[in-house]
Design a protein around this ligand. Sequence first.
Ligand SMILES: *[C@@H]1O[C@H](CO)[C@@H](O)[C@H](O)[C@H]1NC(C)=O
Ligand SMILES: *[C@@H]1O[C@H](CO)[C@@H](O)[C@H](O)[C@H]1NC(C)=O
Ligand SMILES: *[C@@H]1O[C@H](CO)[C@@H](O)[C@H](O)[C@H]1NC(C)=O
Ligand SMILES: *[C@@H]1O[C@H](CO)[C@@H](O)[C@H](O)[C@H]1NC(C)=O
Ligand SMILES: *[C@@H]1O[C@H](CO)[C@@H](O)[C@H](O)[C@H]1NC(C)=O
Ligand SMILES: *[C@@H]1O[C@H](CO)[C@@H](O)[C@H](O)[C@H]1NC(C)=O
Ligand SMILES: *[C@@H]1O[C@H](CO)[C@@H](O)[C@H](O)[C@H]1NC(C)=O
Ligand SMILES: *[C@@H]1O[C@H](CO)[C@@H](O)[C@H](O)[C@H]1NC(C)=O
Ligand SMILES: *[C@@H]1O[C@H](CO)[C@@H](O)[C@H](O)[C@H]1NC(C)=O
Ligand SMILES: *[C@@H]1O[C@H](CO)[C@@H](O)[C@H](O)[C@H]1NC(C)=O
Length: 827
Amino acid sequence: IMWPTRLAGMLLPAMAFLSCLRPESWDPCVQVVPNVTYQCMELNLYKIPDNLPTSIKNLDLSFNPLRHLGSHSFSNFSELQVLDLSRCEIQKIEDDAYQGLKHLSILILTGNPIQSLAPGAFSGLPSLQTLVAVETNLASLEDFPIRHLKTLKELNVAHNLIDSFKLPDYFSNLPNLEHLDLSNNKIRNIYHEDLQVLHQMPSFKLSLDLSLNPLDFIQPGAFEKIKLHELTLRSNFDSAEVMKTCIQGLAGLKINRLILGEFKNERTIVNFNKSALEGLCNLTIEEFRIAHFDEFPGDDLGFLNCLPEASTISLMGLYLDELKIFPKGFKWQYLNLSKCIFEHFPTLELTFLKQFVFTANKGITTFTKVNLPNLEFLDLSKNGLSYKSCCSHRDFGTTQLKHLNLSFNNIISLDFQHSTLKQASDFSVFLSLKNLLYLDISYTNTKIVFLRIFDGLISLQVLKMAGNSFQDALLPNIFRDLTQLTELDLSQCQLERVSQEAFGSLLRLQVLNMSHNHLLSLDMLPFKNLSLRVLDCSFNRIVAANGQELQHFPSNVTSLNLNQNNFACVCEHMRFLQWVQDHRHILVGAEHMMCEKPLAMQGVPVLSFRNATCQMSKTIISVSVLSVLVVSVAAVLVYKFYFHLMLLAGCKKYGKGESTYDAFVIYSSHDEDWVRNELVKNLEEGVPPFQLCLHYRDFIPGVAIAANIIQEGFHKSRKVIVVVSRHFIQSRWCLFEYEIAQTWQFLSSHAGIIFIVLQKVERSLLRQQVELYRLLSRNTYLEWEDSVLGRHIFWRRLRKALLDGKPWSPEGTEDAESSQDEATTST
Ligand SMILES: *[C@@H]1O[C@H](CO)[C@@H](O)[C@H](O)[C@H]1NC(C)=O
Ligand SMILES: *[C@@H]1O[C@H](CO)[C@@H](O)[C@H](O)[C@H]1NC(C)=O
Ligand SMILES: *[C@@H]1O[C@H](CO)[C@@H](O)[C@H](O)[C@H]1NC(C)=O
Ligand SMILES: *[C@@H]1O[C@H](CO)[C@@H](O)[C@H](O)[C@H]1NC(C)=O
Ligand SMILES: *[C@@H]1O[C@H](CO)[C@@H](O)[C@H](O)[C@H]1NC(C)=O
Ligand SMILES: *[C@@H]1O[C@H](CO)[C@@H](O)[C@H](O)[C@H]1NC(C)=O
Ligand SMILES: *[C@@H]1O[C@H](CO)[C@@H](O)[C@H](O)[C@H]1NC(C)=O
Ligand SMILES: *[C@@H]1O[C@H](CO)[C@@H](O)[C@H](O)[C@H]1NC(C)=O
Ligand SMILES: *[C@@H]1O[C@H](CO)[C@@H](O)[C@H](O)[C@H]1NC(C)=O
Ligand SMILES: *[C@@H]1O[C@H](CO)[C@@H](O)[C@H](O)[C@H]1NC(C)=O
């Protein structure tokens, strides 16, 4: 039980010692930018760290239990510009706490339960522009000691306990104040006197946020003759009735932007009554925004009649039924209708309208013509609309259009779609929009069939058409007129091929997005004459590119994205892979480019592919090819000279031993009679008798003929007698035997071949057997003659030849000697 305590008793002093030894190693703050930005968030610091560089400009000390800020707390950091003290449990801030922070421009005190704020707490901050004191128990602006902060631009005191809207007199000393956020406080009433100070301000630039205050009452005339830049009143009113009186109370206000409405999750008015907005008629409003009112009276937008002089109207998240009541004379220039629910497309005829944003609305399915002669910017995206007739100047009533956004709609049933049905309806839908600079038809389920779809867009600079499709997955030359185009987005168009002329006219193209298509090779893109800077080919199926084509790759490209393709890291594409290595500086996320094939290389970074591998495998390939070649040649040779090898093997075996036969006779079966009747009779029965090897008699049955020839015939015989005849020459078998005999003669030193020419063989026939012919013409041979004398000589010569090398035997000595001098050699 005592162990842990003892251990701790030993360890703690040791740790304390270590920490004394190297204090800087305990430096806990994160150095975001060395010497400039440090992040010390949530480090359980009880005091301001003193080991940070004095040059620090941004310091985040949030979520530390500092609790108390004494004077000159930050004197060591005179360069500070941004100081975040959010949720530091600070309860007390003493005089001169920030003294010396000459450059501090942003001070954040959010979420500190301040009890005691000394009158000089914020002294010595000559550059402070933004003070955020959200959720700081602040009860009144009057006592907030900021009167000397002349440079203050933004004061955020939201989420406090302020219950009076009385703007203190010292505001007149804050000539730069632009934003005052008083939202989420306890203000209920606004009286005339509260705004007295605003009359003295050079105003019209103050933005005031009063959202989420439980407003009950605004004294009529309180805002009379007051100018504001912006006033936000969202989720302020309990009921339509209260809202009505309060808005009436705003009468006389001249304002640049009025924002009304509720927050999506903070809706309080149950039965909205159109009369609530009547009071707007007594205001001068430049820009009017209203958002998120449940049960908005969509059928009667009469309040908008109060705003004929406004330039900007924005309606968001409302139920609007339809819009069609505006007189042409309204001065509206910007109309923004988003996230609303309509029953019909608004019928608009606004002479001054320049910009119409109609986006993410619901409930309507078809676009209907509008008449907006000065319209330049039209955003019709995200409505799920079908555009039945689109998009000529007649449909918009304008020829001024510069931006047209039709993206994310159901289908743009541009007339060209029907071109397959009716040839006459081929129509360049944008033909009249010759001033258009920007066109977005992304994700409109459009299938491009008609090649002249973009004709007439001679000014177009940006074309986005992602998420559509093309006939046959081929990008044809549809950009002929778009000579001014600088940016083209063709991503997610299921493209497999690109026509060689497709980009021929796009001499100014700088950004080309071909990502998420099905391209197989980088050189499918016709690069010639393109002066691209950015090319995105990610998420395709690119395996490689022809190294030859890559020399046309635009030299001005500074960003190339090839991620998520099917690169084949094989030597075949060595040039391409080398090209990738050489261009890694322009590749986006080059290190994330992975090989897909071969299987062994899957998931390996393309950049790690080395040339050397190829050279090595080249050697390996050539070596293996060579060895295969050698082996097969050897096999062929072995096969061809199998018998010769057997002979060779046999030579060793039998070479030294006694020969069983004097001669092995090779002959054609046609000559067998002669062999039996003449040769065998004369040699075997004569004196001395010679033992002949004859296949019909001496070969061992059951053994292959070839094996017999070699083992019985050649190996066991001293000599070979070749009976040459017409039949012999014509028999392949005989010639084969003869061939082996030759090898045998070559191998076996004492061996000899005796040729007997049986009949006069025609020279011509003999000549076919070149080898034999040559042999016969060069060597001794015996010629069989039918005359008595001839036979005698024949036998004598044959016996003599056979006796040569025959081991001495008692019976044959005499004959052998006598015959020796008669040996003849003829040539
Ligand atoms: C940070 O400041 C110290 C002292 O002023 C200086 O020695 C050091 O070089 C600076 N480091 C950087 C990265 O500027
Ligand atoms: C300023 O830094 C010095 C050491 O660098 C330290 O002794 C002193 O306490 C610091 N002053 C404050 C107010 O933190
Ligand atoms: C709207 O308020 C007016 C009075 O301000 C009232 O006469 C009218 O009945 C109300 N309409 C609805 C629909 O509540
Ligand atoms: C506009 O203000 C005048 C007095 O300034 C008032 O008589 C009139 O009723 C107000 N109109 C609306 C619609 O509040
Ligand atoms: C349209 O209004 C919405 C909501 O007020 C706003 O977020 C959006 O920026 C506006 N769009 C334009 C183009 O003014
Ligand atoms: C066109 O509309 C889409 C969808 O609202 C948007 O993503 C795109 O940025 C728009 N283009 C411009 C230039 O506003
Ligand atoms: C290309 O389009 C894809 C999506 O279609 C997008 O994620 C990507 O950022 C675009 N690339 C560039 C360079 O704009
Ligand atoms: C590229 O431009 C040259 C002249 O600048 C022109 O002769 C050639 O036809 C063009 N090539 C293509 C494919 O457009
Ligand atoms: C590449 O850019 C330079 C200027 O950045 C330009 O002068 C040159 O014409 C461009 N090259 C091509 C092929 O467009
Ligand atoms: C790879 O081979 C190419 C020629 O195909 C050569 O120019 C390049 O220097 C080689 N690179 C390396 C790293 O060996």
